[in-house]
Design a protein around this ligand. Structure first.
Ligand code: UDP
Length: 238
């Protein structure tokens, strides 16, 4: 097998990626499949940090729209990401992969605090690090947390998992003429308001020159293809 082209990756999984066919919560079968894919990367010596969203349980904006105070709602959203992180840790440990959950908000009896140097040390020791609770601040998203952490831990690339195999010029489900971009610049994504990640996350990656690959997490083997250097999904870079 070829040498991986990336030494350290940050994989952003939305809460939705854990849903499977359900409307709410976590599908254990999906979790097992994702854990197995991450395991195969670890076996190849790739250092893996995960940022998991919480949209399968709570989203702050949704709760606020229903009348809740936004800050409290975002706290609930962040706690949802911790729950997803614990579920993913369990699935990875069933695979025999050493894993640490680190939270941006202190919940010491549940998981470690996020401390950058410690996170990097875990990665160097071959442990998967699950970075939970987003940035720890309300009004942000886990996409922004993913770009921030990718830069902080010195990831070679940030992998943004979605339900389609990249970024399209239009919705590929409804528009036959939609075409997939193989490559985009950060400014194109911002100017054309392409739905890759929120603008805060894109600007962070742009300013720190962190490449992003948007890919279909439901395609088995996609992660392995990416670390093999294959042309998968859409690459966003300078
Ligand atoms: N959240 C937050 N600050 C952060 C990251 C997340 O307040 O830095 C909250 C916010 O309410 C958000 C929820 O956590 O709606 C879940 O995160 P997100 O919506 O990014 O999850 P995803 O869409 O990736 O499943």
């Amino acid at each position: 097998m070829a040498e991986p082209v990336y030494r350290r990756i940050l994989l952003k999984l939305s809460g939705e990626a854990l849903l499977g066919d359900a409307d709410y919560g976590i599908d254990p079968a999906v979790l097992r499949r994702l854990a197995a894919e991450v395991h195969s990367l670890v076996d190849r010596g790739v250092e893996v940090a995960l940022v998991i969203g919480g949209g399968n349980i709570f989203r702050g904006a949704g709760l606020a729209a229903a009348g809740m105070d936004r800050v409290g709602a975002d706290h609930m959203g962040m706690l949802a990401t911790v729950m997803n992180g614990l579920a993913m840790q369990d699935a990875l440990e069933h695979e025999g992969v050493f894993t640490r959950v680190m939270s941006a908000i202190k919940i010491n009896q549940v998981c470690e605090d996020y401390i950058r140097r410690r996170a990097i040390r875990h990665l160097e020791k071959g442990r998967v690090v699950i970075l939970a609770a987003g940035t720890g601040n309300p009004f942000f998203t886990t996409d922004s947390a993913a770009s921030l952490r990718a830069v902080e831990i010195g990831a070679d690339v940030m992998l943004k998992a979605t339900k389609v195999d990249g970024v399209y010029s239009a919705d590929p489900v409804t528009d036959e003429g939609a075409r997939r971009y193989e490559r985009l610049t950060y400014d194109q994504v911002l100017d054309e308001r392409l739905s890759v990640m929120d603008a805060t996350a894109i600007v962070m990656c742009r300013d720190e020159n962190m490449p992003i690959i948007v890919f279909d997490i439901n395609r088995p083997g996609a992660l392995a293809s990416i670390v093999d250097g294959e042309n998968v999904g859409t690459r966003v870079e300078r």
